[in-house]
Ligand binder design. Structure first.
Ligand code: GAL
Length: 979
């Protein structure tokens, strides 16, 4: 008979055995040994009940491979990653796990340093996914679960001089997997650090810092509890506190408080007879009072992101450099808060938040979302057998992270339904750390959470919540209680693919209603896994790319950063939306309005600059006096008299706010905020102004026919077919009205109302065209078509009117919908193709980045240069992208300087690609898109907005593009050679 038994601990409700009580990580002087590095490793297909003796020191592991620790074995050639959002990738049959349970055996030899002290020691694992059993020198220490929680074991009694052997067996699946159903890749292994630390006698077993700030008198109090030594002493030299007893509250007099805006930390030392530790203390007081979440007496406005730990090559095994990069990127994009969705991060990340300043919602490692798919039957959250595991998880979260001033809320977990075990966790927090409020979104009544939290509600609902008038339930008591609480959006603005739209409108609500204390965009980074094709092409995999049978596709790619940490257009839009200083230039009034939207700090140390540009070319600039404004204050700053733009063209004033000095998170000069206003009326697209590459010559040949060819200015049309043949001798395709776009993730709307479905049902991706007429009309040539998809009785009548004027070929498109269109239009514009040599792009309009009508905050008016390739945003699933908004003119140029100039009247949206929309629509990954020999231009009047319906509300009414009448005017001319 074959062995079918599994080790009992795998299907045990108990979270661990043999593990030490949770405690804080601190910087003590007790000897420590870093056990990261290359371990010996072998993979087993299932979890055997016993071992073959691999835990024994003399076991011969010479046939095993090497594996880095920390890492996930799936990213090192053993098995494969798998992605699911809600659904468990195994039967919902708790606490049972599949027999097919990839198991990794690890061995690590280490030499104990000669001066290693005798006595107790702790072996710490900062993160092992999902369940592991550990032996030291052949003796079992125990097992533990809780993938993103630290686990320690007593090891001192087993250590021996010289060679020691650590053996760890890790299982992918365990009962605990039911508690770890976060929306992310399933990745296993020892993915965080392993350390051995001596535990000196009369040392610092654990330390808990209580540092509060009294905003009324500006003083701090400090109590440092030390477990393990009654004689411990605390010093904060800067505050004159020297060798003060631990465990006692000390009034430390006036202190500078800690805030995310000014993260003031004091160096402290805790000295026990056997050990000293350095601490960094931040004084601040968090409370919910008067219906608001306050720190140091002031309500917060959270401008946050949800952060999963992610690296495209290393998964959740992120290095300190990567963590630092995340914090720097957040700070540089005006983000002030982070929710550690949905587990406590590597503790180094919290050190960085303390040091550089971010408000943190520290979330426990808990999610049972897959039970929703079975009607929440058997949800562990309300099953007493899981109670110990729930309490263990919150105790380990709080126990490890309580000393971080950046942590202002404890979150019980994510999407785990409701139940007594969650309630018990909240009670545990209140008992053990009453200094921070409790967050849990799943608690709809907020009966055990201290703040009301929701994910993805639409704007009108958030507005009602802001007024404390959200929809009543059938429990008036609960309603009254909840309405008295502050509100946060723990998730909103789903940043999947292009978008998210709607940010500005949420921000406006946050400023309007004090109850709305901001939120956390979902999410920080796309969890794409880097892959390389044989030809070297790099791409990022998502769900299904590893052959998973059950998966959720590209829903894992919904971040503000692309997987390689390139900020996406959504992050730029968010940065502008949440800028801490508002800048509103009003040249007519001769002032610029400046408003400080920080909660704590004033505007001292900032520099205010102005610059005037004509068609994007600067002609005057200077520095203004930055007023010192306290939080919430505003002022009008006088502007100097503006000189006239030298060429009489379109001129804009940009006023921007910069750091005056280096900060730990950005250098001096870093731009925080900006505002623009138009200066002079100017003439749109005035030829040759301000050095603009203008059309060649104004003496265009008069309109005339040459056989079947009609010459209109620089353009040549075929009067037989109505086709545009060339502009200035450059062969170009005929502009044709195009209503289709490759649906974005938000159009597709996996967890919202899809607009792609009605678009495809209506046939907008397969519109046909019927020629109604084509011919001369005076000096013009006019083509009339009727566009409509097969099977539909609605359509669009389009007239293309070609004329010549001022050296340009002009196209007037006039379109009118007929019949009943069942849905909004994806876009209205024309497409045309041009030779592939025209790879350089320059434009005067909004840029530098991609913008759509509801994601256009970061696009400023200016002159920008890029290339066709550079205009693309490589969203993990190809979709509409790269539009440049409000373009006055654009030039596409070949390397030899020749090219095509397009003028808007007044503006158009520009996108240019080396493939057409059908190819973009069909591709699953960007590297599948291959240049087809032409450049495909889209010159758009407008797009339907983007919205956030991939998870949440769709496009707001103001950003819908209805069928109806649309008129677009464009001018074409050969570009002047570059000077
Ligand atoms: C939320 C969930 C997140 C993520 C998001 C969609 O419901 O809390 O973990 O799945 O939806 O991307």
């Amino acid at each position: 008979m074959t062995e079918t038994r599994k080790p009992a601990y795998l299907e045990d409700f108990a979270p661990s055995s043999g593990a030490r009580a949770p405690r804080a990580r601190f910087d003590g002087d007790a000897p420590a040994l870093d056990l990261n590095g290359t371990w010996r490793f072998r993979m087993l297909p299932g979890a055997p009940a016993g071992t073959d003796g691999f835990e024994r020191p003399d076991y011969d592991d010479s046939g095993w491979e090497g594996l880095p620790v920390p890492s996930h074995w799936q990213l090192h050639g053993h098995g494969a990653p798998a992605y699911t959002n809600v659904v468990y990738p195994f039967p919902v049959d708790p606490p049972h796990v599949p027999d097919e349970n990839p198991t990794g055996d690890h061995r690590r030899e280490f030499d104990l340093p000669e001066d290693w002290p005798e006595g107790a020691a702790a072996l710490r694992f900062d993160g092992v996914d999902s369940c592991f059993r550990v032996w030291l020198n052949g003796t079992e220490l125990g097992f533990s679960t809780g993938s993103r929680l630290a686990a320690e074991f007593d090891a001192g009694h087993l250590l021996r001089p010289g060679r020691n052997v650590l053996a760890v067996r890790v299982h992918q699946w365990s009962a605990a997997s039911y508690l770890e159903d976060q929306d992310m890749w399933w990745l296993s292994g020892i993915f965080r650090d392993v350390t051995l630390t001596a535990l000196p006698e009369r040392g610092i077993g654990d330390v808990a810092v209580h540092a509060s700030y009294d905003h009324e008198d500006g003083t701090g109090t400090l109590r440092v509890d030390v477990a393990g030594s009654a004689e411990a002493l605390v010093s904060v030299p800067e505050l004159g506190l020297v060798d003060a007893p631990a465990g006692v509250e000390h009034a430390v007099g006036p202190v500078e408080p800690w805030t995310a805006e000014e993260p003031r930390l004091y160096d402290a030392v805790v000295a026990a007879p056997g050990e000293r530790a350095r601490l960094r203390v931040g004084f601040r007081t968090v409370e919910v009072s008067g219906g608001l979440l306050r720190v140091n007496g002031r309500p917060l406005l959270l401008r946050g992101v949800n952060r999963h730990e992610w690296h495209p090559d290393h998964g959740r095994a992120v290095s300190r450099e990567t963590m630092r990069e995340d914090v720097l990127l957040m700070k540089r994009h005006n983000v002030n808060a982070v929710r550690t969705s949905h587990y406590p991060p590597h503790p180094d990340f919290l050190d960085l938040c303390d040091e550089l300043g971010l408000w943190v919602v520290d979330e426990c490692d808990l999610e049972t979302h897959g039970f929703e798919l079975v009607g929440w039957r058997g949800n562990p959250s309300d099953d007493p057998r899981w109670r110990e595991a729930y309490l263990d998880r919150i105790a380990r979260t709080v126990g490890r992270d309580r000393n971080h001033p950046s942590v202002v809320l404890w979150s019980l977990g994510n999407e785990s339904g409701t139940g007594r075990n969650l309630e018990a966790m909240a009670a545990w927090v209140r008992e053990h750390d009453p200094s921070r409020p409790v967050h849990y979104e799943g608690d709809r009544d907020s009966s055990y959470a201290d703040v009301y939290s929701r994910m993805y509600p639409p704007h009108d609902e958030v507005d009602a919540i802001g007024r404390r008038e959200e929809e009543a339930t059938d429990d008036p008591g609960a309603d009254a209680h909840r309405r008295g609480l502050p509100f946060v959006l723990c998730e909103y603005a789903h940043a999947m693919g292009a978008g998210p739209g709607g940010l500005e409108e949420y921000q406006e609500l946050f400023t309007r209603h004090e109850r709305l204390q901001g939120g956390f965009v979902w999410e920080w980074i796309d969890h794409g896994i880097r892959r390389r094709e044989p030809d070297g092409a790099e791409w990022f995999a998502y769900g299904g790319d590893f052959g998973e049978t059950v998966h959720d596709g590209n829903f894992v790619a919904d971040g503000l950063l692309l997987p390689d940490r390139t900020p996406g257009p959504g992050l730029h839009a968010y940065k502008k939306t949440i800028e801490p200083v508002r800048v509103v230039p009003d040249p007519a009034a001769g002032t610029v309005g400046i408003a400080n939207t920080w909660d704590f700090r004033d505007t001292s140390g900032l520099v205010l600059r102005w610059r005037a540009e004509e068609e994007g070319v600067p002609f005057a600039e200077g520095v203004l006096d930055m007023p010192v404004l306290g939080p919430g204050a505003d002022a009008d700053v006088p502007l100097p008299g503006m000189p006239e733009p030298p060429g009489g063209g379109e001129a804009w004033l940009t006023v921007s706010v910069h750091l005056g000095a280096d900060q730990p998170w950005a250098p001096a000069g870093h731009e925080l905020a900006w505002g623009q206003a138009r200066l002079a009326t100017g003439r749109h697209g005035a030829a040759g102004t301000a050095g603009a590459p203008g059309p060649v010559g104004t003496a265009a040949p008069a309109a005339g026919t040459e056989g079947a060819l009609l010459r209109l200015g620089p353009g040549v049309l075929d009067t037989g077919t109505g086709a545009l043949l060339s502009v200035g001798g450059l062969p170009v395709g005929t502009p044709a009205v195009d209503l289709w776009r490759a649906p974005t993730d938000n159009d597709q709307a996996r967890h919202g109302v899809s607009v792609e479905v009605p678009w495809r049902a209506a046939g907008l991706d397969r519109i046909t065209s019927r020629r109604l007429s084509a011919g001369r009309d005076g000096d013009a040539y006019v083509v009339r078509d009727r566009l409509a998809p097969a099977g539909a009785d609605f359509g669009m009548l389009v007239a293309y009117r070609w004329t010549a004027e001022g050296g340009r070929l002009l196209l007037d498109v006039d379109a009118e919908a007929e019949g009943e269109w069942p849905c909004p239009l994806p876009r209205f514009g024309v497409r045309m193709d041009v030779p592939s040599s025209l790879g350089g792009v320059e434009w005067f309009g909004r840029g530098p980045g991609e913008a759509y009508r509801d994601v256009d905050q970061a696009a400023r008016v200016g002159r920008f240069a890029s290339s066709v390739d550079g205009l693309q945003t490589p969203y993990l699933r190809p979709q509409e992208n790269g539009n440049r908004a409000d373009v006055r003119w654009a030039v596409l140029r070949a390397e030899d300087g020749t090219g095509l100039r397009i003028d808007g009247d007044p503006v158009f949206g520009l996108s240019a690609r080396r493939w057409d929309t059908a190819a973009l629509d069909a591709a699953r990954h960007p590297h599948e898109l291959v240049p087809d020999g032409r450049i495909h231009l889209h010159l758009d009047l407008e797009h339907h907005g983007i919205g956030s319906a991939s998870c949440g509300p769709g496009v707001l009414p103001a950003h819908r593009l209805a069928a109806g009448r649309h008129r677009l005017r464009l001018g074409f001319s050969p570009a002047a050679p570059t000077p």
